[in-house]
Design a protein around this ligand. Structure first.
Ligand code: ASP
Length: 438
């Protein structure tokens, strides 16, 4: 039994939805279908979810969303008409517009793309529509209540052979709609797959699978046939965009396999994501290269830091107090560095530096902005000598200065920090060094 999730480009218009219908009807083991809101039809297009956030913002300014709602109105009417489905679209759109105009948080507005998209697909397939509002539950802080949600999904969907469920949202105990973070339909799909004990969770998107590198940076990178949950987490956390970085946690403990598939090329096997390495394809040294821009390093130096008990704790408690998480913490005998995303430091930098000075009295305190991180990910690196040498030689041959190095003892990844102006060059240099070797 399969649970499938279809992303925004698959749900973008009637033409793409018909491809979705073909995929679903082509395999009757595809029982429960989770969908995103209509995404972009062309690179310049607007995603329905973004248009819905715009409606909410207009309501905040003007008290209504008469202007912005036109985009939503047009998109959905067109889809319903082109598909020829029997839906009272006037009533649906009227209710949604009124709901957005009456809400105090953006979540209701944002969720309506998935809601209508699921209703339309359910009507086209003649499957039951099941509202995620009743299944996926959050606490007041907006955190997912996983086990409660799993129970609810199971209780409801076990009574149905086939169903379509909107992704991305659920509700809290006050009956308010709550959404995951952007791209969260992937998480909804994983919850449904786990609750229904699916044999496989198919995540249908618009690419053949996970690529070994970002195609905007590297020319024609290859597709990864198979990767582990942990590799996926590393790659997507570091910027690879195929799936939401949190899509794994609902299925992690049960080891349910995920198959990334392409709605526009369904014959391609895509990428399999499995729990453990020995299930993963063992032939390549590295699984992929990804990275992220926009980081700052705070360097702290103090003579005899290594013998000052509690030094690191005092520095980290400043970040904790400010609600800031850090990405890396490379350290030496008398130095420690904090690698932090720029967006977390906005408006807080001077205060943090002042607090560090007061709390640990460093000899030297420096900030370097404009840092990018490049991650070389793969379980097989642990079993190969010379992987780090290949990385460093590639960077040195490309005349790229390495600003930071971090390798966890699990050897799942090697992370190097480079100046942002060298970012693309570094990814290419590393990618080609390994493609030559593999
Ligand atoms: N529609 C939402 C977004 O654009 C959620 C999703 O597609 O997964 O982020």
């Amino acid at each position: 039994m399969k649970v499938c999730k279809f992303g925004g480009t698959s749900m973008a218009n009637a033409r793409t939805i018909l491809k979705v219908v073909d995929v679903i009807e082509g395999d009757l083991s595809r029982h429960y279908i989770v969908v995103s809101a209509p995404g972009k039809r062309t690179p310049e297009d607007v995603k329905v979810t973004d248009a819905l956030y715009a409606c909410f913002n207009e309501v905040k300014k003007m008290g209504n969303c008469n202007e912005s709602f036109k985009v939503i109105d047009r998109r959905f009417r067109e889809i319903v008409q082109d598909l020829g489905v029997d839906i009272d679209i006037d009533a649906e759109l009227e209710e949604i517009k009124a709901g957005i105009e009456g809400s105090t948080t953006p979540d209701y507005a944002a969720s309506r793309g998935e809601y209508l998209s699921a209703k339309i697909l359910a009507a086209r397939l003649n499957y039951e529509f099941v509202d995620a509002f009743d299944l996926i539950k959050f606490n007041e802080k907006g955190e997912l209540l996983l086990h409660y949600s799993l129970d609810r999904v199971k209780a409801k969907l076990s009574t149905l052979q086939y169903a379509v469920i909107p992704g991305f949202y659920g509700s809290d105990s006050h009956d308010n709609v709550r959404t995951f973070s952007r791209g969260g339909s992937d998480i909804s799909g994983a919850i449904v797959a786990r609750a229904m004990k699916a044999d496989i969770y198919e995540n249908w998107t618009d690419v053949d699978g996970f690529l070994t590198a970002d195609p905007r940076i590297v020319e024609n990178p290859t597709t990864i046939n198979c990767l582990s949950y942990k590799e996926l987490r590393e790659l997507s956390y570091m910027g690879a965009e195929v799936m939401h970085p949190e899509s794994i946690f609902p299925v992690y403990s049960v080891g349910l396999p995920i198959n990334i598939k392409n709605t526009f090329n369904p014959a391609h096997p895509g990428t399999m994501i499995v729990k453990s390495v020995d299930q993963a394809d063992g032939s390549n040294i590295i699984t992929g290269v990804s990275g992220q821009k926009g980081l700052t390093i705070i360097n702290i130096e103090k003579n005899l830091m290594n013998s000052e008990v509690g030094f690191v704790r005092r520095v980290l408690s400043i970040l904790e107090y400010e609600g800031i998480s850090f990405e890396h913490l490379p350290s030496g005998i008398d130095t420690m560095s904090l690698v932090i995303r720029d967006e977390y430091l906005n408006g807080k930098m001077q205060r943090i530096l002042q607090k560090i000075k007061e709390s640990v009295n460093p000899d030297n305190l420096e900030i370097h902005s404009g840092l990018s991180l490049v991650a070389i990910v793969g379980h097989n690196m642990a079993f190969r000598q010379g992987t780090a040498a290949t990385v460093f030689k590639a960077l040195s041959d490309a005349h790229i200065n390495i600003r930071m190095i971090d390798q966890g003892s699990s050897e799942l990844n090697i992370i190097v920090g480079v100046d942002t102006c060298d970012y693309e060059k570094a990814i290419n240099a590393i990618y080609y060094a390994f493609t030559k070797e593999q």
